[in-house]
Design a protein around this ligand. Structure first.
Ligand code: ZN
Ligand code: ZN
Length: 237
């Protein structure tokens, strides 16, 4: 079986492990290239390498057809899905290709949105350190970016919905006029250690940004109740 795009076998060659090369000693001429499965099976039964199919995502996201056999791929369900099976090193796993293709197609035509999408992913995962690294690297205003693929949510909406309290405080630190005295001490300390400055005055206060449904993050927090009721107050402009 081979890939319907490039005709090569459905495996992926891993680069030789660099850590084993660093060991001193006489160099040997035997290079063992390890291969792992890289087999994406579409509902039409065509197989592709993962990257070979994603390279077609702008076209597929529009046509919703297999680039090899032209079969219409989505299920008739509501919402539609493209059920696929991807077999890699860890064995086969089932997945829905539709959101992945949509995101890839979006990023292919909006490459500038890549860092902002990455920030949203980190916010949902609660990865504060990763967010600080990213914020230090980009010049765009990713903090106020609204995600068209996720109902126009900002990173603050995402963090509140995912219940990531630390992320909420980080976003308030860099994107709001909340007085320093209202932040938990541990947050102020962490910001100091990580060299994160306040970004007030740079742009609109993140607490006032609305998602596609017209909700500010404070309303989302209020709807979550419990401990988030307290945060909702801080989140209210
Ligand atoms: Zn291929
Ligand atoms: Zn096909």
């Amino acid at each position: 079986m081979s890939c319907r795009t490039c005709s090569h076998p459905l495996t992926l060659s891993l680069a030789p492990d660099s850590s084993s090369e660093s060991s001193a000693g006489p160099s040997t001429t035997t290079t063992t290239t390890e291969t792992v499965p890289d087999d994406l099976l579409l509902p039409c039964t065509c197989h592709f390498h993962w990257q070979c199919l994603l390279d077609h995502s702008p076209t597929i996201a529009l046509s919703l057809r297999c680039p090899a056999c032209d079969t219409h791929l989505p299920t008739p369900s509501d919402p539609p899905t493209i059920p696929a099976t991807y077999t890699s090193e860890g064995g086969p796993s089932a997945l829905d290709l539709l959101p992945i293709l949509t995101e890839e197609a979006f990023l292919a035509s909006n490459p500038e949105a890549r860092p902002a999408r990455a920030l949203h992913t980190l916010a949902a995962e609660g990865d504060v350190e990763g967010m600080v690294d990213l914020l230090g690297d980009v010049e765009e205003d990713v903090v106020r970016w609204r995600d068209p693929l996720n109902g126009g949510r900002t990173a603050l909406h995402v963090a509140v919905e995912a219940g990531r309290e630390e992320v909420v405080w980080l976003l308030l630190w860099v994107g709001s006029g909340v007085e320093e005295g209202r932040f938990p001490e541990v947050v102020v300390q962490l910001a100091g250690e990580m060299g994160v400055g306040r970004g007030e005055g740079v742009g609109e206060d993140v607490r006032g940004l609305r998602d596609g449904a017209g909700r500010v993050a404070g309303e989302v927090a209020r709807g979550m109740g419990g401990a988030w009721g307290g945060l909702a107050e801080v989140l209210t402009l």
